[in-house]
Every structure is written in C-alpha cells, then in structure tokens.
Design a protein around this ligand. Structure first.
Ligand SMILES: Cc1cc2nc3c(=O)[nH]c(=O)nc-3n(C[C@H](O)[C@H](O)[C@H](O)COP(=O)(O)OP(=O)(O)OC[C@H]3O[C@@H](n4cnc5c(N)ncnc54)[C@H](O)[C@@H]3O)c2cc1C
Length: 373
C-alpha cells in the first residue's frame, strides 16, 4: 500500500514531493481541485524560502515580491528593522498552485475528496475510503472529524484577510517591508505580493470583532480611526471588498502524540502565532521531516517523528506566543516598539528565536540516501 497525504497545502505538498522523489508513490488528496487563496499573511520568511527551494518552489521564481525590512507600528509610532535575509510577499494561490504542480511532477497521484475522518492507515472520504500504509495528516487550519485540536483561549483568536489589487499608492507605501500594526486585541500584517497586490491580514480576539457587531468591514473601519497609519493604508478599502475570515485559530498548539502510521504535519503538528510569519516554514519543515522518517523507518516511525518535531517546534511557537501576548496589550506594544528602537539586536533576536531550526536532512546519517532536491 502507498502512503496517503491528506491536504495539498505547503505541508502536504512538501511531504508528497519528497515521498514521490524517493519512489514511495504517494496519493495526495485535497477537497479542492484547484488551490484557493488560503487565508494567510502571505509573508514567506527567509527560512521558509530556503526550504521551499529544496522542493523546487523558489518564491522569487514564482514572482514573489522581495521583502527586506520589518516595519512595526503602535500608538502612532513606527520603528523599522532590517530582516536577517530577504523574505517574499507571495499569495497562497500562487504558492500552493506551484507546490501541487511540483508534487504531481515528482510523481504524486492527486485526487479530489473531502475527508470525513482519519485514522492510522485510513482516510474516510466523501467519495470513498482510502487505505494506506501511512497517513500524512496535513489538513491545516481545519480540524478533521475525530481529531480536534484543543482550544484553550476563552477569547479565541480569529483571522481576517482582505486583498487590495491595483492600489499603486498603497503598494509603493508598503514597498519592501512586512508591516505589523499592533493594537489592543490583535495586529494587522501588510505585505506587497506578486503583481503589485497588497495582502492585509489580521489576527484579532473574537471580542474585538463582536464589538464591531461581528462585521469585519466595520472592524476595519474602527481600526482605521484608532490606528492612523493603518487608516492611511486602508483608504482604498470599500464595501465591495471581500473580507475572508477564519474562526478560532488554535495558536500555541503543539502535539507530541500520534499513532504509528499517522504523521501529523503543518498546522496539525504545531500552530505558531501568525505575527511571527513562520507558519509556512513549520509546515514545510514538518513535511520534510515526516517524509524522511517514513522513508528511513516506515510507518512505525510516526510517534518518534512527532516527538522530535514537537521538540523542534516548541521554541519558536512559545517565543511567538510570548511576543503575541505582549504585543496585543497597549502597554506591551509600546514597550516592544521602544525596545526595537533602542536595541535593534532585540528585534533580531526575536526574529531568530521564532524561526524553526532548518531540517536536518544533511546531519542525520540515516537520511543520507534521501533526495531533497
Ligand atoms: C491570520 C493568519 C495569518 C498568517 N500569516 C502567515 C504568514 O504571513 N506567513 C506564514 O508563514 N504563515 C502564516 N500563517 C500560517 C500559515 O497560514 C499556516 O501555518 C500554513 O498554511 C499551514 O500549512 P498547512 O499545509 O499545514 O495547512 P493549510 O495551508 O491550511 O492547507 C491545508 C490543506 O488541506 C485541505 N483540507 C483541509 N481539510 C480537508 C479535508 N477534510 N479533506 C480534504 N482536504 C482538506 C485544504 O483544502 C488545504 O489545501 C498565518 C495564519 C493565520 C491564521
């Protein structure tokens, strides 16, 4: 039996590419025939970019807009810091489409089905059941029935995203920065992407949206008044724009546990607070690590992979959680800006500590026969 990868986002596609390149003939299943534009900040960190190159998905080659600096805003003030290396602004439609194509080119069989349930060795789809010697669960933000991730927050975090196309003034204003606008209860991340479009993505507490009557556009209008620099960037927003939302994001979730034959990847393995811009790096790193473990040791390697990956993911996830909790308080955001302004090394340290360590494809001897690229 061949392995089944459920979910053709960055995590699932990475695993499928590595499995296919090494002759494991994976089946890659997604509920959508075409890659959509997943709700995401769309900032590809320099570390994510380095890993994506290993699977022949170079963000620069896909038209990604180079991002060289971090611009932080809070309480009317702004501070800039250079990124350790160039990142990219790239829409998820562009990235996920390229990753799916790379998986199919490497030899993965792509099928469309909506999974209703998952167990070790079995994916129960709406169309049929898919048996496998191992399942790679990469269903991302969405819980699969029977495998819910615990939500601990009383006031959970939500994601919102709006894309502004053809707004040349805004694209020039944002230029080569990833902007983080901090406000009590959340933040907005803004980045320019391929084709000059600008992606505006927010993570906010549910209570903030409730105060805006549950209306995303009303929340954006209120924030535009409260945060003048954000308001300047939202000038082109109108009632005709679609705001995508995702409820109850389980930030901080890291799992150590799984069964033999069930590898959990990406957001199903660890969910880093999104202001770190490292979720896709975790997704790709988990895909590489899980596929490597399977290729070297078979389906039984899943529990050991999961424990090892949890150890790797814990530092960046906890660092990002601490920064997020500080940043979403008014005093905390002011303190972060002051610290970033006076001691730039602090921002650099925070950026490095919230990155996932690079996959150890080269350093682990049992992986030496695996072909990363
Ligand atoms: C508000 C917000 C902003 C973010 N900004 C950034 C950022 O700027 N940079 C960054 O690196 N990360 C960011 N992230 C995190 C990033 O989006 C995720 O970590 C990343 O998408 C995880 O990849 P994945 O492959 O695990 O899952 P996903 O990208 O969610 O892919 C999952 C795939 O599984 C499929 N699927 C789901 N359920 C089923 C089912 N039942 N049956 C069949 N198929 C199914 C979906 O269609 C999808 O294709 C952000 C997250 C949020 C919430």
């Amino acid at each position: 039996m061949n392995p089944v990868v459920l979910g053709a986002g960055p995590a699932g596609c990475t695993a499928a590419i590595l499995l296919a390149r090494n002759g494991a003939r994976p089946l890659l299943i997604d509920r959508h025939a075409e890659a959509g534009d997943a709700l995401c900040g769309g900032f590809v960190s320099w570390r994510t970019a380095a890993q994506l190159r290993q699977v022949d998905c170079d963000p620069a080659g896909l038209g990604g807009w180079p991002v060289r600096r971090l611009r932080l805003f809070a309480d009317g003030r702004a501070v800039e810091a250079m990124l350790p290396a160039t990142g990219f602004g790239l829409s998820r439609r562009a990235l996920d489409t390229a990753m799916r194509a790379a998986a199919v080119k490497a030899g993965a069989d792509f099928q469309v089905d909506h999974a209703r349930g998952v167990a070790a060795g079995l994916v129960q789809g709406r169309n049929r059941d898919w048996s496998a010697d191992a399942v790679f669960l990469a269903a991302g933000k969405h819980d699969v029935r029977g495998l819910p991730r615990p939500r601990k927050a009383a006031d959970p975090a939500l994601g919102l995203r709006v894309r502004l196309d053809g707004d040349h003034r805004l694209a020039a204003l944002v230029d080569d920065a990833i902007e983080l606008h901090l406000f009590p209860g959340g933040y907005a991340g803004i980045v320019r992407q391929e084709g000059g479009s600008v992606n505006i993505c927010l993570a906010v507490r549910k209570s903030l949206l409730s105060q805006a009557g549950g209306q995303p556009l009303e929340l954006l209008a209120q924030l535009a008044v409260r945060c003048p620099q954000l308001g300047t960037r939202l000038v082109g927003l109108s009632s005709g724009h679609r705001v995508d939302t995702i409820a109850s994001v389980p930030y901080g979730y890291v799992t150590q546990r799984t069964d033999a034959g069930l590898f959990r990847l990406g957001d199903q393995a660890a969910v880093i607070p999104s202001l770190a811009g490292e979720g896709m790096a975790i997704a790709v790193a988990s895909g590489l690590a899980a596929a490597s473990a399977y290729l070297a040791h078979g389906p039984g390697a899943a529990p050991a992979y999961q424990r090892a990956f949890a150890r790797r993911a814990t530092r960046p996830v906890r660092t990002a959680e601490v920064i997020w909790h500080i940043a979403e308080r008014g005093w905390g955001a002011r303190a972060l800006l002051a610290a970033a302004g006076c001691a730039p090394w602090l921002s650099r340290a925070a950026m490095q500590l919230s990155r996932i360590a690079q996959p150890s494809l080269v350093t682990q001897p049992w992986q030496s026969s695996i072909v990363p690229s």
